[in-house]
Design a protein around this ligand. Structure first.
Ligand code: OXD
Ligand code: MN
Length: 582
């Protein structure tokens, strides 16, 4: 591997600070992966799973206080506080380095420091980007092998000596009191100390491909989004590509791999978490998935909710914090209707029904994309795929209809910016609390979100063939708390309506908040859903909306003059339209 002198110098500096016993450059080979697995089986970091039913698959149990992203310990360290904006935690770069530096200095003594050159995005794509991360965690190295393209391929894609994002990861003592996830977008630099959890420690994922990349994307005129990418194929074999932004643990992986209930329709998987989107020379948005693996939430994944995911994790998978059956198979809530007898919980303790979840609610599987049975044949196309629609979805018990379409790009950006959601176990903290989450990017936008909305608007102006924008909510409930829409595979019916809207054939009715499917426009063939429940699922209640918009107004207030005028204007227009409906 020929390594840039800038990278070598940075690695030397990190080693001088962390003082590891040895430094190993990862080459991404199978032999290297196998060696890492062997070492981790030997030292107990991994437990083997049943080699007949789950070949080459392993269980990792993390430290019990290190099981999810820790947003309160995640910072954007720009020189100016305003550039991080009101929705990010901010620290001055010198302060961040001084604080984390205490725990990093000498922090790798006696340990191996791995240097991982990795490529985000397909080989040969001008949209792909390089990162070089160091870590003292073998679990992180093995996971990076699965999630990214590691080794010489990365170095070959550097366009200059300093064309890489540098990431320093050290486990430290895993105490939340000595944990920080710091981003220095002006230096293309990440420091993460004190956590081995994927979203904090696999630096190619949230830290690079979203927080740092979103900053770069703004400067360079593209988008780095928390979006899945799918291709929806109709009975004539035509494929329509869609991106969908949804908050963590809210069904992105399930939608990315959804099995169609509609004859002749199928969904192809291109990505389940991150999309990098560029405008091409013809004004078309094109997307690549920068990742090469899935780091998916295990609970509730079953042959019924996600048959593709259930099949793809049957080999070459690293499970984290799931339960274990007596026959050494992984288990999590929802995998089977009843828990098997003799389970050991995610912390390795014998489990009894009634003693809480056996698998951690944010337990995960890490698996290569190509193992997914629904993977699109072109998922690694260096040109990306043309996007005809973008979806903003969140988890809301009330207010938000099942699906509606924006009037135009500006209105769609407003709808995305107005998104709020109920929190999940993917982040440390309370579950089920409604919080604002514009474009599902609240925890991942590496700069001022007022500027982010403006960037979205500017990109739309550039995209002469801009995609249609949609809003969805699979999670609306009735007065008894029951879901109004069955979700999962039935969501293909909603995708079909979107494709029809894109083609100009889908029927819709104008409401103050956008175009809602006309009665009969959603294909419900074979689904026993009473008309009244669908009506409730699609209903726009003016009173509820007006109250929600008051809350939105307050949220927007934080951005001051950085809130783009067209977004404030959309809010005012929507309020006026709703007021006449009351
Ligand atoms: C994830 C997350 O792991 O959003 O994808 O937390
Ligand atoms: Mn995610």
């Amino acid at each position: 591997m020929s390594v840039s002198s800038v990278a070598e110098k940075w690695v030397d500096e990190v080693a001088a600070m962390t003082r590891p016993a040895r430094i190993v450059w990862a080459d991404g080979s199978k032999a290297e992966y196998d060696g890492l697995i062997e070492d981790m089986l030997r030292d107990g970091t991994l437990l083997p799973l049943n080699s007949r039913t789950y070949p080459s698959s392993y269980l990792h149990r993390s430290h019990p206080s290190d099981v999810a992203r820790t947003e309160q310990l995640t910072f954007i360290c720009t020189r100016e506080r305003e550039d991080a904006g009101p929705t990010n935690n901010w620290m001055a770069p010198v302060d961040g380095k001084a604080k984390a530096g205490q725990w990093l200095r000498g922090g790798m003594q006696g340990r191996t420091m791995w240097v991982i050159p990795y490529l985000m995005g397909p080989a040969g794509s001008s949209m792909s980007r390089v990162g070089i991360m160091v870590t003292d965690s073998a679990y992180v190295v093995a996971s990076m092998h699965i999630m990214t393209r590691v080794g010489a391929v990365a170095l070959q894609h550097m366009r200059s000596d300093d064309d890489f994002v540098a990431g320093l990861h050290a486990l430290g003592d895993l105490s939340p009191d000595r944990r920080l996830i710091l981003h220095f977008p002006e230096e293309k630099l990440i420091w993460s100390v004190g956590s081995g959890y994927g979203g904090n420690a696999l630096l190619g994922k949230k830290c690079h491909a979203l927080r740092i990349a979103s900053w770069q994307a703004r400067q360079e005129g593209w988008l780095a989004e928390h979006m899945l990418i799918i291709g929806v194929e109709d009975p004539e074999g035509r494929v329509t590509y869609l991106g969908a932004a949804m908050p963590s643990a809210s069904g992105k992986t399930n939608l990315a791999m959804v099995e169609s209930r509609l004859p002749g329709w199928r969904v192809w998987t291109l990505g389940d978490d991150i999309a990098w989107i560029h405008v091409d020379a013809t004004g078309q948005l094109r997307a690549i998935n920068p990742e090469r693996g899935f780091f998916g939430v295990a609970p509730n994944t079953s042959p019924k909710t996600n048959a593709n995911a259930t099949a793809m994790v049957r080999s070459n998978t690293i499970f984290t914090n799931v339960a274990l059956t007596p026959s050494q198979e992984p288990w999590w809530e929802g995998l089977t209707p009843e828990p098997p007898a003799g389970l050991v919980d995610w912390q390795g303790r014998p489990w009894q029904p009634g003693s809480g979840p056996a698998a951690h609610p944010n337990s995960r599987f890490t698996v290569p994309v190509h193992q997914c049975p629904s993977v699109a044949p072109n998922w690694e196309d260096p040109q990306g795929v043309p996007l005809s629609g973008l979806i903003f979805g969140s988890r809301r018990t009330a207010v938000i209809p099942l699906v509606f379409e924006a009037f135009d790009w500006t209105h769609g950006v407003f709808l995305g910016s107005a998104m709020s959601t109920e929190t999940t176990a993917a982040i440390t903290g309370k579950v089920g609390v409604v919080r604002r989450d514009p474009m599902a990017m609240l925890p991942f936008c590496g700069y001022n979100m007022g500027d982010y909305f403006a960037h979205w608007l500017a990109l739309g102006a550039q995209a002469t063939r801009a995609p249609r924008l949609f809003r969805v909510n699979w999670f609306r409930r009735d007065a008894d708390g029951k879901f109004l829409w069955p979700g999962y595979s039935e969501n293909v019916r909603v995708l079909k309506w979107m494709v029809e809207r894109i083609r100009g054939t889908g029927r819709a009715e104008e409401t103050p908040i956008g175009w809602v499917p006309s009665p009969g426009a959603l294909d419900l063939e074979g689904l026993a859903l009473p008309a009244e429940r669908l009506r409730q699922a699609l209903h726009c209640d003016a009173g509820e909306w007006l109250a929600a918009l008051d809350d939105l107004d307050e949220f927007y207030g934080q951005f001051g003059s950085r809130l783009p005028g067209p977004i404030a204007e959309q809010l005012a227009v929507t309020r006026r339209k709703l007021a006449t409906r009351r």
